[in-house]
Design a protein around this ligand. Sequence first.
Ligand SMILES: Cc1ncc(COP(=O)(O)O)c(C=O)c1O
Length: 273
Amino acid sequence: VALSSYLCSAPLDALALTGAEPVLIDADPATLAIDVTAVNREKNLDAVIAAHLFGYPAPVDQITCDRLIEDCAQTLGVSAGDRPVGAAGVVTVCSFYGTKLIAAGHGGLLAGNDPALERAAQELFTHDGQEEWRRPHLHYAMSDLAAALGLSQLGKIDRFIRERRAVAERYTEALGGSVIAPACAYSRFLVIAEDAEAMIASFRAAGIEAKRPVFRPLHLLLGRPPEEFPVATWAHEHIVSVPLYPGMAAEEIACVTSFLREHARALRCRPPA
Ligand SMILES: Cc1ncc(COP(=O)(O)O)c(C=O)c1O
């Protein structure tokens, strides 16, 4: 199963739990998502996991493998081309963890339009009422309380994205740009620095918790050579995620904005504005 190296380890964990073999693909320099041309060159794939990262929709509909698992954990409520993200995959997964566009504590959502897959997914979670035990079931069910919170948040997603984009505009202006990326939900605001680690330390000294948007790319976690994944390696060395969320206090936005203005010569927006 192919997946991008520039991802958190959660999709790798999912593959490990099923026993599937991961086929790591480098990221695309334009979208930072899986490189579509590279994945389409791979032979004998059973499936592809393609995540839209940082709020930015990627052209995953161009992936030719017909078992596409679209990961919308970081990008929801926006469109890729003329379709909403999540519409291309045979299955689409979403996370509602606290750092995501919809935060419901934990849990997530599985969507799709194949009734047989839906039944199989339901069956995985339903251990009650079995006549015969054939396989282990998953006990990771989302609680009703978390689901209620998630549903209420879902109704507010357009407002959350508007608020995120308004903050992204402020940050972009502070860096000397004037236009933000049109289709981006800005689940992260990314900047490019000469040295991500040093820039994170400067943010920390100013009381701002900036982070690497992917703690460690998968090829590094798996001990693969960095030169085989030049884009993910470059992103790891240079990209920093700056705090941005709906409901952020005005003084916090002002603090980040003034830091960005002060360091504007050393930083560039990503995606470019
Ligand atoms: C792209 C992506 N996929 C999957 C996940 C995993 O989500 P969860 O923590 O809900 O399992 C995350 C977040 O951690 C993510 O960023």
